[in-house]
Design a binder for this molecule. Structure first.
Ligand code: SF4
Ligand code: SF4
Length: 376
């Protein structure tokens, strides 16, 4: 298993980390606990030592599954990352309450890496107003957590602000060869690394969109490569080639996927990327970009929508739906990540947004297309 030294923390960390958000499920939709535990232990036995979960993954079951898997000496072999659900924090006391509950669920005395989960503009405000970081420092002094970090989902400008605000030990960002300018992006990776902090990568395969159903035009470019590699290897290779990347998290949902990834991350040459290979990946990215139907620049001049519709986020969803072969994970994310008022079905066709859109996008019709695609 390839590994790197985690900056600041100064411990060897497997380049592949196991994310606990997409464990296998049974026919009734419940998480398959026995198989998940088997996967966690197999991952650790195979050299993966960075394990990541969160309060909300699998409705709280992910933490409990990790707790069970960590018995019999497994806990001592790994670095355990868990996250404070900052959007549920309403007052200072909540921070400690969540941390204590998470320790209980995980059946451990200490969370090695504790993150403020999914920081965005609103949650960053809460982080400051509820004194989250001083309370985390108290928890650290009590030995309940060891390192303090954050995961991020907002614009690059906010990322810089958050990084500069506090001497973080590490951060976690979304990055893959299609998201170089999305959220923190490549600039965020480089900025965080310039501050000497570890960067954990999430969504390396864009939620499976880069690997599940590959369009013919893309597959043709991969097939023309002198060395035959599956799309998943190209995506991981692109990330592994960046020395600023500390660990790449993947939410694997079957033993087969886990084994495939373990094999990939055991290949010594995974981080080697020639200029020709990089150019090939860029050609693929260009094809995907060409499949983007609506040229929304996310300038937000259309916002706020009087009905609460999250217009630019929704346009990103329908663009991805069209570009990534109607990947079912998009529908699932759309229906679970968004508040009801933010959905396209809340649009009352008032026309306010279209008056302000510099790209002259037919937003009302796009909302109709989204309802047709995702059902709401
Ligand atoms: S047309 Fe729909 S999306 Fe646009 S501002 Fe009105 S309600 Fe919101
Ligand atoms: S104004 Fe138009 S381009 Fe800008 S975010 Fe809204 S829909 Fe997108």
């Amino acid at each position: 298993m390839l590994n790197r030294t985690f900056p600041k923390i100064n411990e060897r960390t497997s380049l592949l980390g196991l994310g606990g958000m997409r464990f296998p499920t049974l026919e009734n939709g419940e998480v398959d606990e026995a198989e998940a535990i088997r996967m966690i232990r197999h991952a650790v036995d195979s050299g993966i030592n960075y394990l990541d979960t969160a309060y909300t993954y699998h409705g709280g079951k992910s933490e409990r599954i990790f707790g069970k898997a960590f018995k019999d000496g497994y806990r001592e072999k790994i670095l355990l990352a868990d996250k404070l659900p900052i959007w549920l924090v309403k007052e200072e006391a909540d921070v400690r309450r969540f941390a204590e509950e998470q320790l209980e669920r995980l059946e451990t005395d200490c969370i090695d890496l504790y993150l403020v989960h999914a920081v965005n503009e609103a949650d960053w405000k809460t982080t400051r107003e509820c004194n989250v970081l001083p309370i985390m420092e108290e928890l650290r002094a009590e030995g309940k957590i060891r390192y303090i970090g954050f995961s991020f989902h907002d614009k690059y400008e906010l990322f810089e602000e958050v990084i500069d605000y506090y001497p973080w030990d590490f951060c976690q960002i979304q990055l893959n060869y299609m998201d170089t300018k999305f959220q923190a992006g490549l600039a965020g990776l480089e900025y965080a690394a310039s501050k000497g902090i570890g960067v954990v990568i999430m969504e390396p395969l864009k939620g499976g969109r880069l690997t599940d159903a590959v369009p013919d035009q893309v597959q043709k470019i991969w097939n023309e490569a002198p060395v035959n590699r599956p799309p998943v290897e190209w995506a991981f290779k692109w990330l592994a080639a960046r020395p600023e990347v500390t660990t790449i998290l993947s939410g694997m949902s079957s033993m087969e996927q886990l084994d495939q990834n373990i094999r990939l991350f055991s290949k010594e040459d995974l981080p080697d990327l020639t200029s020709g290979e990089l150019a090939r990946i860029e050609r693929v990215a260009e094809v995907y970009r060409g499949l983007i139907k609506y040229g929304c620049t996310e300038c937000r001049y259309c916002m706020p929508c009087p009905s609460g519709v999250a217009i630019p986020r929704l346009i990103r969803f329908i663009n991805d739906w069209n570009a990534y072969e109607k990947n079912p994970s998009l529908k699932e994310e759309y229906l679970t990540w968004m508040d009801d008022t933010e959905l396209a079905s809340s649009c009352v066709r008032c026309g306010h947004c279209e008056e302000h859109c510099p790209q002259k996008l037919p937003i009302m019709d796009i909302m109709g297309e989204i309802v047709e695609a995702f059902g709401r």
